[in-house]
Design a protein around this ligand. Structure first.
Ligand SMILES: [Zn+2]
Ligand SMILES: [Zn+2]
Length: 211
């Protein structure tokens, strides 16, 4: 690993709080994107405008993406799709050209690591097994970082239409709790405006009443 990559990895570990294979997945996906970004379109990559990251999971790897690209919900340059897939896309803001990086199926399989994880979660692991788990955990992470990226990942260029300009989100009042809610997210229940939180409560109450 070269010096810059090593420093970046340490920054991600500090942000995330521990070394783990999940963090390494996000880190390597981001490294692939960093290499690709200059060659995605005809214009040179404008790092000032930066990228939008689209993550299809909310696991450890997302923290590497956040730390490396300063992608955050607050800035609108982090989009989460709840797909439960180790897939990360990185889109240049300037022209919508990007790269989609996916972890290969089975790339993370390690039976011993998995068996130890289950034992640990059940509280049934001995001290030796727990030590073995964390050792493997770290070894798998380091292997992910050091192996050629094509061993674990596949990627392709994509184009993505990014929403233009800041979104206008008028706020309306929920008739059930009285709190404000983005109009886009509001629903109607009993002919009245309801926020998603009240919709959830309403639906579960209906479910109970229907029993
Ligand atoms: Zn983690
Ligand atoms: Zn409400």
């Amino acid at each position: 690993m070269d010096e810059q990559v090593k420093m970046d990895w340490e920054r991600c570990v500090a942000f995330h709080g521990h070394v783990c294979p999940g963090l390494a997945i996000g880190f390597v996906a981001a490294q692939i994107a960093l290499k690709m970004l200059p060659d995605l379109g005809d214009e040179p990559y404008d790092s000032k405008r930066g990228i939008v990251s689209i993550v299809q999971n909310d696991a450890c790897g997302v923290d590497a993406v956040q730390a490396l690209f300063s992608s955050t919900f607050g800035k609108g340059n982090l989009m989460f799709k709840d797909h439960g897939k180790h897939v990360f896309s990185f889109i240049r803001r300037q022209d919508g050209h990007g790269v989609r990086v996916a972890l290969k199926y089975g790339a993370m399989d390690n039976e011993r690591h998995q068996a130890l994880r289950v034992k640990l979660m059940e509280g049934a692991a001995t001290t030796a097994e727990s030590e073995e788990f964390y050792k493997l955990h770290e070894e798998i992470s380091i292997h992910l970082l050091e192996a050629p990226p094509e061993e674990h990942f596949e990627w392709r260029k994509i184009s993505f239409e990014l929403p233009k300009g800041p979104k206008l989100n008028p706020t309306v009042q929920c008739a059930f709790c009285g709190e404000g809610v983005m109009e886009q997210r509001a629903r109607v229940r009993d002919g009245r405006i309801a926020c998603p939180e009240c919709v959830e409560k309403y639906e579960s109450r209906v479910l109970v009443l229907n029993k």
